[in-house]
Design a protein around this ligand. Structure first.
Ligand SMILES: [Zn+2]
Length: 361
């Protein structure tokens, strides 16, 4: 790789003692006057062109004390090249050597397997991990290797130098990485998957549907004033139990348990973590609590007109209380709560006794 110092941008600055961690003097032969000299290192701020990209930085050269020549010296030039290449990769968006190693190890690939996936030589991978600058076409492959979909594409479509078994193993590694990455969409979906979704008496005879639940909460967040988390728990309880009372099937498929402060969705920490993902819903700190806020309108296509009417009825029911405490006190009078032992699941059958006359839909 050639680089071309630009004239007029050079300014020699003496290297301060211990400043750059290099020895201050290099014993070498000057390549201009051919004298054996102890050449002091000087720091030069200059601009070099690498593949048309101007890189400005401080580089270190031994300077001949006899003739003033800047001596070509392999060990110090390697350091300069490493610096120039690092800056160039940064500017060109090419993975740095340690990122290439990390990319490869993320999937447990050996250099040979990684090279086969990219369709380049093992020696090239070794050189790039060691700091050599990739060719333009290889640089593009390394950039795209950051995207696991690209790796899957390569593995499914080619990687001819791998055995069938190696390809299978590599595919599995890349696919598994997809679910273990901190990808919020994936993680949140997994959280909801942890909840029971069978049709059973304790789910109100409805299988939990994550989308229905989310859209219902998005709608409620927009229609119930100050929807504190504690209020949402009760609102969901009334939504589900009134639906069961009237239709013999709950609204969301959530299970409810008796907490000391009222009925709550079972595993409600998990439910809230799954729902309030910072996209459709987020929290706003208010007073001592957190209010659930919607960031978009609800998609009501999953609901019948009667179901939308029930959402409205539950919202106006909740808005009829002046405080969370008042709604809590009301819920504490429900047989469904009083008849259930602390911590136990609440029987949907107790919905028959709800004394919420305002919740007729
Ligand atoms: Zn010299």
């Amino acid at each position: 790789m050639r680089f071309f110092p630009r004239s007029g941008t050079q300014a020699f600055v003496p290297v301060s003692k211990g400043g750059v961690g290099l020895s201050e003097v290099v014993h070498t032969v000057c390549d201009a006057c051919y004298e054996e000299v102890d050449a002091p290192l000087s720091m030069v701020r200059e601009t070099v062109d690498i593949r048309g990209v101007p890189i400005t930085d401080e580089f270190v050269y031994p300077v001949c004390p006899s003739c003033g020549n800047r001596i070509g010296h392999a060990a110090t030039m390697d350091r300069n090249f490493a610096k120039m290449y690092g800056a160039y990769r940064e500017a060109a968006g090419i993975p740095q050597p340690d990122e290439i190693v990390a990319l490869r190890r993320r999937y447990g690939f050996s250099q040979r397997v990684f090279a086969a996936v990219l369709g380049i030589g093992v020696a090239s991978v070794q050189r790039y991990e060691g700091g050599a600058l990739p060719s333009e076409s290889h640089a593009e492959l390394l950039r795209r290797a950051r995207d696991r979909r690209f790796l899957l594409e390569r593995l499914r479509g080619g990687a001819l130098r791998l055995s069938a078994q190696e390809r299978e193993r590599a595919l599995r590694a890349v696919e598994q990485q997809a679910t273990s990455r901190v990808d919020y969409a994936v993680v949140r979906l997994d959280l909801l998957d942890c909840l029971p979704r069978e049709v059973a008496p304790e789910t109100g005879m409805r299988a939990l549907d994550a989308d229905r639940l989310r859209e219902a909460v998005v709608y409620l967040a927009a229609h119930v004033g100050n929807l504190f988390v504690t209020k949402l728990n009760k609102v969901l309880f009334y939504l589900d139990f009134s639906a069961y009372r009237d239709e013999d099937v709950g609204f969301t498929g959530l299970r409810y348990a008796r907490a000391d402060y009222g009925p709550v969705p079972d595993q409600y920490d998990l439910v809230m973590a799954a729902l309030v993902d910072g996209k459709a819903l987020s929290y706003r700190e208010q007073g001592d609590g957190r209010v659930v806020v919607a960031h978009r309108g609800a998609d009501l296509s999953a609901f019948s007109p009667q179901e939308v009417a029930r959402l409205d009825a539950v919202a106006s029911f909740a808005n009829g209380f002046s405080s969370c405490a008042e709604l809590s006190a009301y819920a504490h009078e429900e047989e469904a709560w009083r008849e259930t032992p602390s911590g136990a699941l609440i029987d949907y059958g107790l919905a028959r006794s709800l004394h919420t006359s305002s919740l007729n839909c």
